[in-house]
Design a protein around this ligand. Structure first.
Ligand code: ATP
Length: 132
């Protein structure tokens, strides 16, 4: 398969910088797959599973927030959080899920509820990705 340059960046640093054959991410409009030669594109990212294909092998990750751009030469994924499956601490994610569920039950405002739901989505995405 044809390759393209892919860079994945988070506030913690560079998660990936190299060639890839495909990147699949959860955008606000649903799952989008980018292959070599994709038209210029930009989308904001939701929370969910990402799949990067490198050297014929799929690498699964949990990704939340940020944006993806594609300019015909390279693809940049700038994520608020991005962890490959083997980097995820599943016990931490389970504890975060329990905390988020508790926060949802006790939320005293729409804002608190929204933040707790976002935290729950991140925790569930990590549990799902790490469990595979
Ligand atoms: P927690 O309550 O466990 O901190 P959180 O949702 O508040 O979860 P985030 O704000 O989503 O945490 O992420 C903060 C940082 O911690 C990011 O760098 C993220 O990649 C990392 N991180 C969060 N949870 C995990 C996890 N279960 N395994 C590995 N890294 C994690």
């Amino acid at each position: 398969m044809k390759e393209f340059k892919l860079q994945i960046v988070t506030p913690d640093g560079i998660e990936y910088d190299g060639m890839a054959e495909s990147v699949l991410v959860r955008t606000d409009d649903g799952d989008v797959q980018i292959l070599a030669g994709h038209v210029n594109y930009m989308a904001s990212l939701g929370t969910g599973r990402a799949k990067i294909t490198v050297g014929g092998k799929d690498r699964i990750a949990a990704c939340s927030g940020g944006f993806i751009t594609c300019n015909g030469i390279e693809v940049k994924l700038v994520a608020v959080t991005f962890e490959f499956a083997d980097e995820i601490d599943i016990e931490r994610a389970k504890r975060a899920k329990e905390r988020a569920e508790d926060e949802i039950r006790r939320a005293a405002s729409d804002k608190e509820l929204e933040l707790a739901r976002a935290r729950l989505r991140r925790a569930m995405s990590r549990i799902s990705v790490a469990g595979k």
